[in-house]
Ligand binder design. Sequence first.
Ligand SMILES: Cc1ncc(COP(=O)(O)O)c(C=O)c1O
Length: 387
Amino acid sequence: MPNPSPFSRSIGSERVDGMRESVIREMTREAHRHDAINLSQGIPDEDETPPQVKRAAKDAIDTSSQYTITWGLPELREAISERYADWKGVAYDPETAVTVTTGTSEAVVSTLLALCNPGDGVIYFEPTYESYIPAVQFAGGRLIPLDITDNLEIDPDELRDAAKDASILILNHPHNPTGNVFTPSELERIADVAAEEDLIVVTDEIYEHIVYTDDYVSPVEVGDLAERTVVCTGMSKTYSVTGWRVGFALAPEPLSAELRKVHDYTSICAPTPFQKAGVEALALPEEYYADLASSYERRRDMLYDGLRTVGLEPVKPDGAYYMLTRYPKDVDDTEFALQLIREAGVAVVPGSSFYTEGTADWVRFTFSRNEETIEEALYRLDENRFW
Ligand SMILES: Cc1ncc(COP(=O)(O)O)c(C=O)c1O
C-alpha cells in the first residue's frame, strides 16, 4: 500500500500529471512474479557483452572513477567522431558536435528540453517507443502522432500536413516496436518535408547496427538531413550493456550547444569507467558488427518460424530485435499479454503501450535473448496454447 500523502494539496507537477509507469517495466516485474521467460523488455543476456569491453570497464574503476568533463571523455569523443565518420559519412567535430550522455534516453530528453518550446508540435510515428511521449510532455511540447500500424509506411501527404504545425520530428530508425527500417525514399521524403517546414529532426538510432536488410541507410546520409538532425544513439544495444548508461548525441554545433546546456545541469557526465570502456568498444573490428547482426538475424528467424508454428501472426522485422505479433483471439492486447504470462509462462508487451492512446490487437516479442531461451519460450507457447 502506498503511504498516505502528508500534503493537503496535489503535489505532482502538471508536467508529470497523468503519466504512468512504463508498461514494459511493469511486464518485466509481472514476469518475475510468475517466473515467466521475459521476452518483453529488450535486455540482452549477460554473456553478449564483448569480454575485452567488460575488462576495460573493470580496469577503469581503479583508474578513472571521477567526473569527466561534461561533454564526455575526450578519447571517447574522438573515437565516436572517427567511427561515425565511417559509418554515416558525416564529420562530427569531437569538440563541438559530440556529447556523451547518460544513455540514449538522456540524449533524447536533453535534446527535447533544449529545443522544444512549450506548445511546439512534435511529430512521431506510432506505434512508438514509449519514452518519447513523456519526453515531449516534459518539454511542454504538443504530441503529433502519425499512425503507421497498418503497413508500416510513412504517408507523405499526412506527414506534409502535420509538419505545417510542427517544429520537431522524432524518427526511430530501425524502429522499436515494429523492427521496421524506413526505406531511402521515405527518408528522402522526410528530408524534403523537414527542409520545407524548417523542422529539427531528432533520430533515435540505437539499433543502427542491428539491421537485416541491405536497404538500410542512416537518415543523416540522406539529402541535407545531417544539418538539421540530432542523432541520439549509444552503447546499450550495440555492445549489450544496457545498464552502463552511455549514450551519444551527435549534432552540428548550433544544435549541440543547446542540448549541452541541459545535459550539463542534469547529469554532469556519463559514468566515467563505462566511457573508458566505450573507447575499447569503438575499437572493435567491423567483423564484430556483422556478427552481431547475423546472430540476431538467426534468432529473428527462429522466433518468427516458431511463432507461426504455434498459430500466432508475427511480422518479420528488418531491424532491431522486436517482433510485432497478432493473435487469433478476441481479447484486448493487455488481457492477451497477461494471459500469456500466467498461462504460458512467457512475458511480452501489449501493443497499446506503444500508442499515445487506445488499445491494440497485437503484442511485442523481443528476440534479444539467447537461442536456448527463445527455444524454451516457444516450447512453453506450444505446450500451453490457449488461443
Ligand atoms: C528505441 C529505443 N531508444 C532508446 C532506448 C533506451 O536507450 P538507452 O539504454 O541508451 O537509454 C531503447 C531501449 O530499449 C529503445 O528501444
